[in-house]
Design a protein around this ligand. Structure first.
Ligand code: SF4
Length: 226
């Protein structure tokens, strides 16, 4: 199933108000230009809200700094204290330090090789580093090659894919990623996936999904059965 243009426009109209504020959007665009920062931002976003992710990232940048050499040499307690607001801070601090050390050991502290590599190679290399999972790797790949080649799946995307009925309840990351990528024809608005994500988060929310007002209600197994 492909989502018609008309529906994508409705989703955009419905979710426009949830779009990131100008300051956050500008800052995220800056982060995206630095693949190491993007990697750390994505690790910090694991299992927490975007508000907490921003707090943790900004604090880390201000109190410690975000570069492979700074983080590899920083005291783990300093990283922990800086990212406390992001939740699971002890685990994340360990992951961040380990990722920084690996990037120095393998690529002299630079991730620029990623820009000249194919998706599969990037994925394989990144997944071989402890602390980097499929979602984190796909965020990096999609920042270069777009969502068509690496459709990022987080809890909101898992939930909406299952409710829509485009995957089985037991489906894993790979299956959900492919099924969601298939909803788009990739010739539409380049922000269509971002609006779809906002719909998954704010309309197709975990508790009390707002099915009656959802542009996808006629396409959705869960919405129809309600
Ligand atoms: S109809 Fe309901 S369950 Fe289906 S996508 Fe919309 S909000 Fe989610």
């Amino acid at each position: 199933m492909k989502l018609p243009n008309k529906i994508l426009k409705e989703i955009k109209k419905k979710c426009q108000k949830y779009w990131w504020n100008e300051k956050e959007e500008k800052k995220y665009n800056e982060i995206e230009k630095d693949l190491f920062k993007l990697l750390i931002f994505t690790i910090l976003s694991q299992n927490t809200s975007s508000t907490n992710t921003w707090k943790a990232f900004n604090n880390l940048e201000e109190k410690v700094g975000v570069s492979p050499y700074i983080l590899a040499n920083a005291d783990i307690e300093d990283i922990e204290n800086a990212i406390k607001s992001g939740g699971l801070y002890k685990i994340k601090a360990k992951r961040i330090k380990n990722v920084a050390k690996e990037i120095i050991a393998r690529w002299n502290g630079s991730l620029e090789w990623i820009r000249k590599s194919k998706e599969d190679e990037i994925r394989e290399q990144l997944l071989s580093i402890k602390g980097i999972g499929r979602k984190t790797a796909d965020v990096i790949i999609s920042s270069i090659y777009g969502y068509k080649n690496a459709f990022v799946v987080d809890t909101h995307m898992f939930r909406i894919a299952k409710r829509l009925g485009i995957v089985e309840e037991k489906a894993g990351y790979e299956e959900v990623s492919k099924a969601l990528a298939n909803l788009f024809d990739w010739e539409n608005d380049s922000n269509a996936v971002s609006y779809f994500w906002l719909l998954a988060k704010y309309i197709c929310r975990a508790k009390n999904p707002r099915c009656k007002e959802c542009p996808l209600k006629n396409y959705c197994k869960f919405g129809r059965d309600k």
